[in-house]
Design a protein. Structure first.
Length: 438
């Protein structure tokens, strides 16, 4: 594999996912200088250098010029919004037109996440097993449809809604109200202009992520996410309240089935449509009695799934992302620790509807002093007086690595008990029902 001894990297994004990526990247002996767009994240700020131009979709030419000036060899795009806006397409070309490596799909590939209606079409074209669904652009048509159905359906905003645009109602009356909120009240903005009404699947949900380099597919160890706010999968959907890896709710045979029935056919359709996809494809999978079925696709590392994945990775993360962007995944040896990792998300008061900001956070250093624990910053801000305060809905990702899921879980919660801020919310049952790790 043709990879330089020293690589300058630009990291785009500022959440706990990007803090985890920054830590993994800077562990590489090939790392030159890491630059970051979101230095207000205190965790990223300890690992990276600031850029001196705006990180704005309206002024991407300035970011291109910056990358040329400081000789950026690889750009890593973390969040879904810049991917959907086509940043990767622009940043893949230097000012002189020559290519630059970017980890992350262009706008066409990002539509697999940015437009659930488009993703449904792609799944049908690829014969990917998935929940049956119907897309509506007019609320009255959707209401008429649900009023004639006996089964209860899941309601999804088709656009980007920061992981919160999926409502799982108990009755179709609740589903109709959720659709009205999306389509008429626009609680998710333009993301709810079109709504997907989807068959409700029963089973265990897992997150299976794969790297695509345009030719090769590398399926990563499965994770299990906890999306609801409260214990027992109660309360509203969130961006994710915790995760563990590996998810032993899924066996090797099912993983092979997911690779052959989901990732391979989607990769074939992407190539057929001449969509150059170099990055992560994240499949939310429901393990149903009839086999695995896709709930949704994302086109970036999940947050919080990224945190336990990176924590378990023993290979060079920079080499892995470089090979993905270059199209040489088949030349990389990838190794994950046999240990298990558990991530517990600490959220601010009022999250997810009305998160409160500005509350002082204490105990982060005490938590990180526990062996095997990493604290990744998401919604935090370091004030001039030295106080760390909350500045987002999901505040910190406490991630622990240990021999078993049970031990990693105990470590993560021991670390969470060291941290305090007003109104702190977290689930007490992350990885609680995970099978015994072997």
């Amino acid at each position: 594999m043709n990879i330089p001894e020293s690589i300058n990297v630009l990291l785009i994004g500022g959440g706990a996912r990007e803090h985890a990526l920054a830590l993994g990247l800077t562990d590489s002996p090939r790392m030159g200088t890491l630059y970051a767009t979101h230095m207000e994240n205190p965790g990223i700020a300890t690992l990276a250098q600031p850029i001196d131009v705006p990180a704005s979709g309206k002024e991407l030419y300035r970011l291109v010029q910056f990358c040329d000036r400081v000789n950026i060899g690889l750009i890593v795009i973390g969040p879904e919004e810049p991917l959907a806006q086509g940043w990767a397409d622009t940043l893949r070309k230097k000012a002189d037109g020559s290519p630059r490596l970017v980890f992350g799909p262009g706008a066409k590939g990002a539509m697999l996440e940015a437009d659930k209606a488009y993703a449904k079409q792609m799944m049908k074209a690829a014969s990917v097993p998935a929940a049956e669904g119907k897309v509506f652009t007019h609320f009255n048509h959707l209401e008429e449809y649900l009023n004639t159905r006996d089964d209860v359906f899941v309601i999804k905003a088709t656009g980007l809604a920061k992981g919160k645009g999926v409502i799982v109602p108990s009755t179709n009356a609740e589903g109709i109200k959720a659709a009205r909120d999306m389509m008429e009240k626009r609680i998710f903005g333009d993301a709810g202009k079109k709504v997907l009404v989807e068959q409700k699947l029963n089973g265990t949900e897992v997150s299976v992520l794969a790297l695509f380099d345009g030719h090769n597919i590398l399926v990563l160890p499965p994770c299990q996410d906890h999306k609801r706010l409260a214990d027992g999968d109660q309360g509203p959907n969130t961006g994710g309240m915790g995760a563990f890896c590996p998810a032993n709710t899924i066996d090797e045979k099912t993983m092979q089935q997911i690779e052959s029935e989901v990732f391979v056919p989607i990769a074939d359709v992407l190539r057929r449509d001449e969509i150059d996809f170099k990055g992560v494809l994240y499949a939310g999978i429901m393990l149903t009695p009839a086999g695995p079925k896709v709930l949704e696709f994302n086109v970036r590392f999940g947050d919080p799934e990224c945190q336990p994945l990176v924590t378990r990775l023993e290979s060079d993360l920079l080499e892995l992302l470089w090979a993905t962007a270059q199209g040489t995944l088949d030349q990389v040896d990838v190794k994950f620790s046999p240990k298990a990792s558990v991530c517990v998300v600490l959220a601010s008061a009022g999250y997810p509807q009305n998160p409160e900001f500005g509350d002082v956070i204490t105990g982060v250093e005490d938590a990180e002093a526990i062996e095997g624990v990493r604290v990744f910053h998401a919604g935090t801000k370091l004030m001039e007086n030295g106080f760390l305060v909350t500045s987002g809905g999901r505040v910190l990702s406490i991630t622990a690595l240990a021999d078993t899921i049970e031990q990693a879980r105990d470590l993560a919660y021991k670390a969470a008990d060291e941290i305090h801020f007003k109104g702190m919310q977290f689930r007490n049952d992350i990885a609680q029902n995970a099978p015994v790790h072997s």
